[in-house]
Write a protein that binds this ligand. Structure first.
Ligand SMILES: NC(=O)c1ccc[n+]([C@@H]2O[C@H](COP(=O)([O-])OP(=O)(O)OC[C@H]3O[C@@H](n4cnc5c(N)ncnc54)[C@H](O)[C@@H]3O)[C@@H](O)[C@H]2O)c1
Length: 243
């Protein structure tokens, strides 16, 4: 079992890619700390996984104290956190730069950037002490190419990609590997079928990616098999038509 004796914290675990990662890690022997603001969906995921394999934590990642409490509860229950998947984000926003108020910028930065900072800070020291850790940040192709009418979202994902590359260099010799996975278009996360996709002209494969396809890459990077990969941003986008 790939994740036997491993504990993973997954943010935004209630739906979509985060849920698919949680299901796969638990299926492969790991324990999971599930963090999300959506209590109802989070509890459904815990039920799917089995309460003995996970802990659901209602937590807003932009609230530093809430993140620290969540990590404390996870460590109390499972003893450690080996893997952090920084997946929680807000992204459904379509407005021109001029029409996007500064408050929206602040909210996106608080959740998409500071959320990653708070979660990473809360788990990093013990990973370094144990000499083993995996941090997988979820970026976006928007952070690489930039999406019109999503300037603030694109900027936050660009920050996540840059943070990944920089932090990886600080901790590479300490056994902690930091990578970023940047999806293109993924099937709507409201759909609980992790293998579902819809057609999309944004990729040369003419379809969106599935939650499982994203989870497969994230879980590979979280595993022992990915022991010589760090500081990378890996796009999973079905061969995107660059925009
Ligand atoms: N779906 C896509 O097409 C797509 C494309 C590129 C990148 N991504 C990235 O993939 C990741 C997952 O996206 P998705 O579409 O699977 O899920 P989603 O956007 O539907 O859900 C994200 C989850 O994060 C939770 N969340 C939101 N704000 C939070 C907060 N402040 N604290 C804690 N939890 C919070 C939500 O409740 C939700 O359960 C995100 O980082 C997103 O930016 C998604």
């Amino acid at each position: 079992m790939r994740f036997q004796n491993k504990v993973a914290m997954i943010t935004g675990a209630a739906v979509g890619i985060g849920r698919a990662v949680a299901l796969q890690i638990a299926e492969q022997g790991g324990k999971v700390l599930l963090a999300d603001t959506n209590r109802e969906k989070l509890e459904q995921v815990l039920e799917e996984i089995g309460a003995e394999n996970g802990l659901a934590c209602v937590c807003d990642v932009s609230d530093r104290e809430a993140v620290e409490n969540c990590v404390r509860n996870g460590i109390e229950r499972f003893g450690k956190i080996d893997i952090l998947v920084n997946n929680a984000a807000v992204w459904r926003c379509w407005s021109s730069f001029q029409e996007t108020p500064a408050e929206d910028w602040e909210r996106f930065i608080d959740i998409n950037v500071m959320g990653v900072v708070y979660c990473t800070k809360a788990v990093l020291d013990p990973m370094i002490e144990r000499g083993w850790g995996r941090i997988i940040n979820i970026g976006s192709v928007a952070g690489v190419y930039g999406n019109a009418n999503m300037v603030h979202y694109s900027a936050t994902k660009g920050a996540v990609i840059a943070m990944t590359r920089a932090l990886a260099k600080e901790v590479a010799d300490k056994g902690v590997l930091v990578n970023c996975v940047s999806p293109g278009s993924v099937s709507p996360s409201e759909n609980p079928d992790i293998d579902s996709y819809v057609s999309s002209q944004l990729s040369f494969m003419n379809r969106t990616g599935t939650d499982r396809e994203n989870a497969n890459l994230i879980c590979f990077l979280a595993s022992d098999e990915a022991s010589y990969i760090s500081g990378q941003n890996i796009q999973i986008d079905g061969c995107r038509r660059k925009q």
